[in-house]
Design a protein around this ligand. Structure first.
Ligand code: AHR
Length: 327
C-alpha cells in the first residue's frame, strides 16, 4: 500500500506542475480544463484506488488539469481546500465529502463564485439542492441490504439460535457509514434472533479497527458475525481476532462480511477466511468525466448516478479474476 501511495503522490505532483499553465474561467479548446478535487484522505485501499481513478481519467492528454487536495479525513481541511479552489478560479470542483452535514455555507460560496460542483462517492445533506449538479457514487443502502439478505440465508448462530453481530462502523456521519448501518439496524430489528454484540467505530482504518476490536475482545468473545464497513477495518479486526485466538471463516466461529471487495479482501474470501465481500466500486473517474463533459456541452446531467456493484463469495472467485481487477 505504501508503494501505491507514493505512486499517487508522484502522479498528483506531476499533475500539479502542469497546474502552472495560465488559465481562464472560460477555457478554449487548447487550454486545460482545471478541476479542483477535494478528496477525503488516504485512509483505505478503496480511497487510494479512487484517487488513482481520478488521476488516470483527468489527464493533460484528455484536456484536464486535476488539482487533488487530501483532507486527511478532516472536514475543515476540505472547507479550506474548496475555498482555495475558489481563489484559484478553477473551472470545476469535485468534492468527496468526509461527512454529510455542514456543507451549506461553503457550497453557497462556490455557487456565488459561479463554479459548478459535483459530489462524488459519499453525499452531502444541504437544504438548497441547486448547490451541486450531481452526486455520483455508490448505492450504500443497497450494499447494506445485499449484505443482510445474504446473512439471512446463512446459519451463522454457532448452534445456540442467537446471531451475535460485532458491527464495525466507518466514520460517523459519512454516507457509507449511515446507510450500511441503517441496513443492518433495520435487519436486526426484523430478526428476533439477531443482536448486536457491540457497535464500534473504526473510522475506516485498519489501525483504529485493530485497536477497538483488540480492546473489545479482552472482555467479550461471544461473536458469530463481523459486519465490517470496509476492508481495511476488516483486516485490523482479523489481526485482533488472530491474537485473541478467535477463529473465523470456513469451519471457524465468526462469519465475516466486509465492504469494498478490494483484491486483498477478495483473496481472503477465495481462501475461505472472509465469507462475503460487498463491492464498493472506486472507479468513478470515467463516469464523472462523462458527466462533466456532457455538462460542458450544455446538456443537463443526471442528479444521482450509482456505479455498478456486486457481491462475492468464495464460489465466485478465481485467482485470475482477482488479478484482473485494478483494485
Ligand atoms: O465512501 C466509501 C468508503 O470510504 C469505502 O468503503 C471505504 O473504504 C472508504 O474509506
Amino acid at each position: 500500500m505504501r508503494r501505491f501511495c507514493s505512486l499517487i503522490i508522484c502522479a498528483a505532483m506531476a499533475v500539479n506542475i502542469v497546474g502552472c499553465t495560465a488559465h481562464k474561467t472560460e477555457p478554449t479548446d487548447k487550454e486545460l480544463f482545471v478541476i479542483g478535487f477535494s478528496q477525503v484522505g488516504s485512509e483505505s485501499d478503496w480511497r487510494i484506488a479512487n484517487t488513482q481513478s481520478m488521476i488516470d481519467t483527468f489527464t493533460e492528454e484528455n484536456g484536464y488539469e486535476l488539482r487533488v487536495v487530501n483532507a486527511r479525513q478532516n472536514q475543515d481541511n476540505q472547507f479550506a481546500a474548496v475555498r482555495n479552489f475558489i481563489l484559484e478560479g478553477v473551472d470545476f470542483i469535485v468534492i468527496a465529502p468526509t461527512v454529510e452535514e455542514g456543507w451549506d455555507s461553503v457550497l453557497a460560496e462556490v455557487q456565488a463564485a459561479g463554479i459548478p460542483v459535483i459530489i462524488m462517492d459519499r453525499s452531502v445533506s444541504v437544504e438548497d439542492q441547486s448547490l451541486y449538479l450531481s452526486n455520483v457514487g455508490s448505492d450504500f443502502l443497497n450494499q447494506g441490504v445485499m449484505a443482510v439478505s445474504w446473512l439471512d440465508r446463512q446459519d451463522a448462530d454457532n448452534g445456540d439460535g442467537m446471531v451475535e453481530i460485532l458491527h464495525l462502523q466507518g466514520t460517523y456521519g459519512a454516507t457509507a457509514q449511515i446507510l450500511r448501518t441503517q441496513a443492518l439496524e433495520e435487519a436486526v430489528e426484523e430478526h428476533e434472533n439477531w443482536e448486536f454484540a457491540a457497535q464500534l467505530c473504526g473510522d475506516y482504518t485498519e489501525a483504529k479497527a485493530y485497536e477497538v476490536v483488540s480492546e473489545y475482545l479482552q472482555t467479550n468473545t461471544d461473536i458469530d458475525v463481523l459486519y465490517s464497513e470496509n476492508d481495511n477495518m476488516t483486516f485490523g479486526a482479523m489481526r485482533a481476532m488472530d491474537e485473541a485466538g478467535i477463529t473465523y471463516g470456513e469451519g471457524g466461529q465468526v462469519t465475516i462480511i466486509t465492504f469494498d471487495a478490494t483484491r486483498e479482501a477478495l483473496t481472503y474470501c477465495m481462501n475461505g477466511q472472509i465469507a462475503l465481500c460487498v463491492e464498493c466500486n472506486p472507479l468513478i473517474g470515467p463516469i464523472l468525466e462523462g458527466l462533466i463533459s456532457t455538462y460542458r456541452q450544455g446538456y443537463d446531467i443526471q442528479r444521482q448516478v450509482f456505479v455498478p456493484e456486486f457481491t462475492y463469495t468464495s464460489e465466485d472467485l478465481t485467482t485470475s479474476f482477482i488479478e484482473s481487477r485494478s483494485y
